[in-house]
Design a protein around this ligand. Structure first.
Ligand SMILES: [Zn+2]
Length: 215
């Protein structure tokens, strides 16, 4: 059986070795702030995403977006993430500004984006309207059926690690994530999670490959 992990934040090589032994074939590893970018890029045999997470929008270097662009230009397979909006955290205007700048960068460089959205769908959806051509992965999906409907003509995938949202998500758009170390302790726990959630690993794998390699 082939398992995939659509979202984590690990840096420890031992964790990835354990995951491989457990049958996790592909893992997407996200950075959260500029200090994290090189560390994530140094992880071998994973899919990398670098960006500015909405929790880390203060005290950024002045040229942070051009720094991000330069790093992405020299790493052509790297995605943009984790980016997004979070109403439970401070500096919401700054979050919006950086989210939009990173979506624009994703359009310019044609990279998929990995999105965090907490209690901010009302603000996020109007922003997404201006960026319909991107490939999106909404991680830890927290929306309802209206949000899924809104996003139905977007190139959008949804990753979760609990059951409650699975019935809302189209079968061909569902991904599973460990969100380690904050969600599950390790991606090596994923085979058990897949079983608990009752999802079809082959279908999830096909979705994952389509997310990576589709248009
Ligand atoms: Zn995350």
């Amino acid at each position: 059986m082939t398992y995939t992990d659509a979202h984590c934040h690990l840096l420890d090589k031992n964790e990835f070795d354990m995951a491989k032994t457990a049958g996790i074939n592909q893992i997407i590893c996200n950075a959260t702030n500029p200090k994290d970018w090189q560390n994530v890029l140094a992880v071998k045999n994973v899919i990398h995403a670098i960006g500015i997470h909405p929790w880390y929008v203060s005290d950024l270097p002045e040229n942070v977006i051009s720094d991000l662009e330069n790093l992405l230009v020299s790493n052509i397979d790297v995605h943009i993430g984790e980016i997004g909006l979070d109403k439970c955290k401070n500096d919401f205007y700054k979050q919006e500004e950086l989210f939009i700048l990173q979506l624009e960068l994703a359009e310019k460089l044609k990279r998929p984006v990995h999105v965090h959205c907490v209690r901010a769908w009302g603000e996020m959806l109007p922003i997404l309207k201006g960026h319909k051509d991107l490939k999106y992965l909404f991680h830890g999906f927290s929306g309802d059926k209206n949000i899924i409907h809104f996003l139905s003509d977007y190139n959008a995938y949804f990753s979760v690690n609990r059951t409650s949202k699975i019935p809302l998500i189209p079968t061909d758009r569902l991904l599973i994530e460990s969100d380690a170390p904050d969600g599950l302790p390790s991606p090596a726990n994923l085979p058990f999670l897949y079983m608990q959630l009752g999802v079809n690993a082959e279908q999830i794998n096909q979705n994952f490959q389509r997310f990576l390699n589709g248009r």
